[in-house]
Structures are given as structure tokens and as C-alpha cells.
Design a protein around this ligand. Structure first.
Ligand code: NAI
Length: 331
């Protein structure tokens, strides 16, 4: 089976190649790597393949899916959990097999959210630079003790539960909001309505998927409902946040700090080196200019364990498709 891997990075190759080296010879998946992301302009690169393998910012709208089907592609495997970037109804209509990797180290994402909270709170990113320049002044590095603070987790699924456990471990009072709450959350915190979570939390961390209901979940209204000076953390999907509204809340000091690993317009920027270019995105540039904003480029998933899991499950999804057997990760 020939598989075109879109948005392929050296680390994707490393983990697929590692896997291929230990698989039986009867595993005849041929991986064809394309650095380009998948969209209407690049879809032709999939010609001659049986399947495509895609990531978070690849565009699988109805038009792209139509072209894929015309090219003879029958299977799409996502090497990610979120599937907001694919028009599933169109894929089903075309009879395409679609599968994802539902959980690849949820701890990895939760641990990254923790790293962002700790960094932003204690300003270790600034301290690192200061000390290297021989500046040992503490002015501007003041944080708060997280023990005893209230932290709200929006979306208490796999990653949200890990986050709740970590926050409880820090000694925070943990609140959770989820329209489909899992019983497991009770071990870590109190399930409350969204309004109560926003009003009471010193830290709000987003762990829900991007859907029509959660699009711009954080907007002028929810920002105003938050505790003044609170920290907002988003390691889920950029479009959960209305970025201009967040910039307004930062400017008015209503929002105390912002940590984001995802950004609504990230497909134009993330996963590539733009350091020698002028960034055209003024909204992003404004965000990056705040001292109380920390941005990482969608690296929550980026651990050895998670990448190994992604490669293994993606391959298993393809094998299930090829052998016509039940695939638990089919969408
Ligand atoms: P999950 O499906 O296990 O949990 C999501 C939870 O959100 C569910 O419990 C669901 O009931 C809840 N939810 C649905 N609608 C909601 C709403 N309107 N308000 C509050 N909660 C709502 O998913 P998992 O594995 O925990 O992943 C969560 C998200 O994290 C993914 O959808 C993906 O967008 C993102 N993600 C980010 C990564 C990164 O590298 N930064 C890596 C992996 C996932």
C-alpha cells in the first residue's frame, strides 16, 4: 500500500522508519513523505497512492476530499486526535475510510500545559535570559504560589483528566466543566457549570475539542465572566479562542496572563522556520508583544512516547483498512 504523508517533518519520518525497521516483511506499507501540507493546491501530490496520512493543519474540506476520491485514494489516516480539519460528512458520502489516533499520551499535552503555567507564573523564560546576561535582579519575576489556588479545567476528557490530576497534585482546588462529565473527574475536583468555573478560577485551562459549540468559547462575554487577573491556557485548538477579544482583555488587564500552544491562524505559521522572514500576521505579532503571554508552536504532543504511539496506531489503522478488519479508531 502506498501512503502519501502530508506535512511530513523529519521526526515523522524517524518514527515511521523506526517502526518499519521492526515490522514483519509482510507489512508492505510504502511511506511517501511530502513536506507540503494538504490543501486544494497540493492534493495532486497524492496521485498514485492508496491512502493519505495527514496532521492537524492539513485541510480536508469537501473539495479536497472530492479530489482525493477522484485520484483513487480510499483511506485517510490522521496522525492526531482532533478531527476538526476534516469534513467527515463529505468523507462518509464518498465512502472514504477515515481513522485517527484518539489518545497518544494525554499526559504529554497536560504536562506541556503545566510547563506553560509554571513558566508564565514564575517567568523562568525571562530569568533564563537575564541570568545569562549577568542580571540577577528579581524585579519583574514575581509569581504567585499555586498551592491553594483554584484551577478550572474545561473539557474533562482524557487530557483534561490528566490536567486535573496534575493540578490537584500541586495543591490547587480543581473545578471542571464538561457537558458530558466523566465520573473519573470526581477523584480530582468539583464539576461545576461553566459560569461558576470562569468566575472562581485563577487559572482556566482548555481541553475540549473544537466543534461548532466550542468555536470562540472564549470571547468578550466569557472573558468578562472570568476572575480579573486570571491566567488562560489553551493547548487544545486555536479557534476555541477569539484572539482579538483576548488581546482586548489583556490590554484592559482583565486577563492576567495567556499561555497558548495553539492559535487560530496557526496553519500559516506553525511547524516551519520563519525566523528570517517578516511575519505578516499582525494579530499574532501583537500577542507575541505582551510580557504576560507565552506562545509555543503546537508542541503539546511532542514527546518520544507520543510520537511512537502515533506511528504505531497510524500503521495499525492502515493495516485494519487494508485487511478489511474492524478499526476501533475509525471515524
Ligand atoms: P477527549 O475527547 O478525551 O476529551 C474532550 C472532552 O471535552 C470530552 O470529555 C467532551 O465531553 C468535552 N467537551 C465537549 N464539548 C465540550 C464543551 N462545549 N465544553 C466543555 N467540554 C466539552 O479529548 P482529549 O484527548 O482530551 O483531547 C482534547 C483536545 O486536545 C483535542 O480535541 C485536541 O483538539 C487537543 N489536542 C492538542 C494537542 C497538542 O499538541 N496541543 C495534542 C492532542 C490533542
Amino acid at each position: 500500500m502506498r501512503v502519501t504523508v502530508f506535512s511530513a517533518q523529519p521526526y515523522d519520518r524517524r518514527f515511521f522508519d523506526e517502526l518499519a525497521a521492526v515490522q514483519d516483511a509482510d507489512d508492505d506499507i510504502e511511506w511517501h513523505y511530502q513536506e507540503a501540507g494538504l490543501d486544494a493546491g497540493t492534493v495532486a501530490l497524492a496521485a498514485g497512492s492508496d491512502a493519505v496520512c495527514v496532521f492537524v493543519n492539513d485541510c480536508l474540506d469537501a473539495a479536497v476530499l472530492d479530489t482525493l476520491a477522484t485520484l483513487g485514494i480510499r483511506a485517510i489516516v490522521l496522525r492526531c486526535a482532533g478531527f476538526n480539519n476534516i469534513d467527515l460528512a463529505a468523507a462518509h458520502r464518498l465512502g472514504l475510510f477515515v481513522a485517527r489516533v484518539p489518545a497518544y499520551s494525554p499526559e504529554a499535552v497536560a504536562e506541556h500545559a503545566l510547563a506553560m503555567i509554571m513558566t508564565l507564573n514564575r517567568k523562568t523564560h525571562r530569568a533564563f535570559n537575564r541570568v545569562r546576561e549577568g542580571n540577577f535582579a528579581l524585579d519583574g519575576l514575581l509569581g504567585v504560589t499555586l498551592h491553594g489556588k483554584t484551577a478550572g479545567v474545561i473539557g474533562t476528557g482524557r487530557i483534561g483528566l490528566c490536567m486535573a490530576r496534575i493540578l490537584k497534585g500541586l495543591g490547587c482546588e480543581v473545578l471542571g466543566y464538561d457537558p458530558y462529565p466523566a465520573d473519573a473527574f470526581q477523584a480530582y475536583g468539583e464539576a461545576v457549570p461553566l459560569e461558576a468555573l470562569l468566575a472562581r478560577s485563577d487559572i482556566v485551562s482548555l481541553h475540549c475539542p473544537l466543534t461548532e459549540q466550542t468555536h470562540h468559547l472564549i470571547d468578550d462575554g466569557t472573558l468578562a465572566a472570568m476572575k480579573p487577573g486570571a491566567m488562560l491556557v489553551n493547548t487544545s485548538r486555536g479557534a476555541l479562542i477569539d484572539t482579538p477579544a483576548v488581546i482586548g482583555a489583556l490590554k484592559s488587564r482583565q486577563l492576567g496572563a495567556l499561555a497558548i500552544d495553539v492559535y487560530e491562524q496557526e496553519s500559516e505559521l506553525f511547524f516551519r522556520d520563519h525566523s528570517a522572514e517578516i511575519i505578516d500576521d499582525d494579530v499574532f505579532a501583537r500577542l507575541a508583544s505582551f510580557p504576560n503571554v507565552l506562545i509555543t508552536g503546537h508542541q503539546g504532543f511532542f514527546t518520544v512516547e507520543a510520537l511512537r504511539e502515533i506511528a504505531q496506531v497510524t500503521r495499525a489503522n492502515l493495516m485494519a483498512y487494508a485487511e478489511g478488519i474492524e478499526c476501533p479508531n475509525r471515524l
